[in-house]
Design a protein around this ligand. Structure first.
Ligand SMILES: Cc1cc2nc3c(=O)[nH]c(=O)nc-3n(C[C@H](O)[C@H](O)[C@H](O)COP(=O)(O)OP(=O)(O)OC[C@H]3O[C@@H](n4cnc5c(N)ncnc54)[C@H](O)[C@@H]3O)c2cc1C
Length: 435
């Protein structure tokens, strides 16, 4: 039913034999649709709480964004900080969301340890370097805000970030010691193993076409026949396949391009990542870099023009990495792939109850590794009755003019390129300000 994604992770991570689909008439108290981090974390924590749970995945575990991402474990949102979340959501709901974000890093690395990921999970911290004086000021406020909540977040000055990245353009950096990096496919497969050990039933090659009300519960029409559930959680991200359509249409799908190079030499590694920390800077045309366990460099980007982007972007991303990090000019591209991230219009995640007992959660805006893991656990606790819902319920209306609106991120990027270039004309040495 599906081809294997061409990711670094799929090329280097052993996959188990496909899991069988359900038998027509099978049932569970809770059925989860989607075998990414969100669905798997929820299945694991429900099974641990003694709830009968099945997970239905249309292709293979980790086929979606969870097996295609860059594996940066970032317990932060892309465009929200604590002050903004509290202002927007109020102290209670905002506080619960901040708790979820805060838990994400430690939870991922704890689960990765339990799943035996070894060197495929490194809790070495995460860096967010500031490319302008304005962003340095904003990040310092964010650092203070998180520190007030007891999080292991610190500010590094321009000299410190230069020593940790070999790059002199940054005005400083936020460092979160609870972040780091993983092999995301190995992590998804590890979560699946933990969930099965705890008693969850996982099915692959099982697409849910339709969901129908049946008495107090639900019948899910799948390619393997109907299956029955008391309650349903859709964890289908930006997909619009079959039953996923209503949730998928509530977010904007954003294509993200990723590359990995051949392994770098030891001298280059020591210069660009002496502490092995992954980094994502503050430019609109964000520059990201990390190493994998074999010291391949991983970076990514978005295309301004979608037409032909899959063949154009990989070389563009490698050339940018060579330029920015002053890599040896012969550094070769080894893997290139794409995935789809789910963007919400307010850059915050969305939890919806479409009908009583039919939930959908989506929208981690490109920062989903840590957050979906924590959200999956929070939803499991709520569905098992031991905690309130981790996020307020909201409607999930389809985004108006979605075919046009999906180009909005490219427009933001186009405008941001100009602002990025202008900011970079003022390197840190010329700023006195807060550094
Ligand atoms: C290229 C890329 C790079 C990224 N990099 C990072 C990063 O470095 N750090 C970070 O924090 N975040 C990153 N993200 C975001 C992160 O990967 C996602 O937020 C996260 O993986 C979402 O997990 P999920 O479980 O919600 O969805 P997914 O992993 O997409 O899982 C959804 C699953 O649902 C299944 N499905 C859909 N419809 C049906 C149906 N009808 N029936 C049955 N199954 C169905 C799909 O097959 C899919 O496997 C990145 C995203 C992309 C695309």
């Amino acid at each position: 039913m599906s081809t294997t994604p061409a990711t670094l992770w799929h090329a280097t991570t052993a996959q188990p034999a496909p899991r069988a689909g359900p038998t027509a008439g099978d049932s569970a108290d809770i059925i989860i649709i989607g075998g990414g981090f969100l669905g798997l974390s929820c299945a694991l924590h429900l099974a641990q709480a003694g709830v009968s749970v099945r997970l239905l995945e249309a292709r293979r575990i980790g086929w979606g964004a969870s097996g295609r991402n860059a594996g940066f474990v970032v317990p932060h949102f892309s465009r929200a900080d604590p002050a903004m979340i509290r202002a927007r959501m109020g102290p209670d709901a905002g506080g619960r969301l901040l708790d979820l974000i805060a838990q994400g890093g430690d939870l991922v690395f704890d689960l990765a340890r339990r799943a035996g990921l070894g060197q495929q999970a490194e809790q070495v911290g995460w860096l967010q370097p500031a490319h302008s004086a304005e962003m340095a000021t904003a990040l310092q406020a964010r650092v203070r805000d998180w520190q007030a909540l007891g999080r292991p977040v610190e500010w590094l000055d321009a000299r410190a970030i230069a020593a940790r990245s070999g790059m002199t353009l940054y005005h400083g950096a936020l460092r979160d010691a609870s972040g780091g990096m993983i092999n995301p496919l190995a992590y998804a497969l590890g979560l699946a193993r933990l969930a099965e050990t705890a008693g969850a039933l996982l099915h692959e090659g099982t697409a849910v076409k339709r969901i129908d009300r049946a008495g107090d519960g639900w019948t899910l029409q799948t390619n393997a026949g109907p299956v029955h559930a008391g309650r349903v959680l859709m964890a289908t991200n930006a997909e619009t396949l079959g039953a996923a359509r209503p949730l998928g249409r509530a977010v904007l799908p954003l294509t993200v391009h990723q590359i990995a190079t051949e392994p770098l030499d030891d001298e280059t590694v020591a210069r660009i990542a002496p502490h092995r920390e992954p980094a994502s800077d503050t430019r609109t045309n964000i520059f990201t870099w990390r190493l994998d366990a074999d010291n391949r460099l991983i970076s990514g980007g978005m295309a301004l023009v979608p037409l032909g982007a899959a063949s154009r972007m990989p070389q563009k991303i490698v050339q940018r990495a060579i330029r920015e990090l002053r890599l040896p000019s012969h550094t070769a591209l080894a893997h290139a792939w794409q995935g789809t991230a789910a963007m919400t219009t307010d850059a915050l995640p969305l939890l919806s109850q479409m009908e009583p007992g039919l939930f959908g959660a989506v929208g981690c805006n490109g920062r989903g590794v840590a957050f979906t893991t924590a959200l999956g656990r929070g939803l499991a606790q709520a569905l098992a009755g031991s905690a309130p819902l981790p996020l307020p319920l909201n409607a999930a209306p389809a985004i108006p003019l979605r075919p046009l609106a999906r180009h909005a991120p490219a427009l933001v990027l186009a405008r941001g390129l100009w602002a990025d270039a202008r900011a970079l004309r003022q390197p840190p040495g010329r700023q006195s300000s807060s550094l």
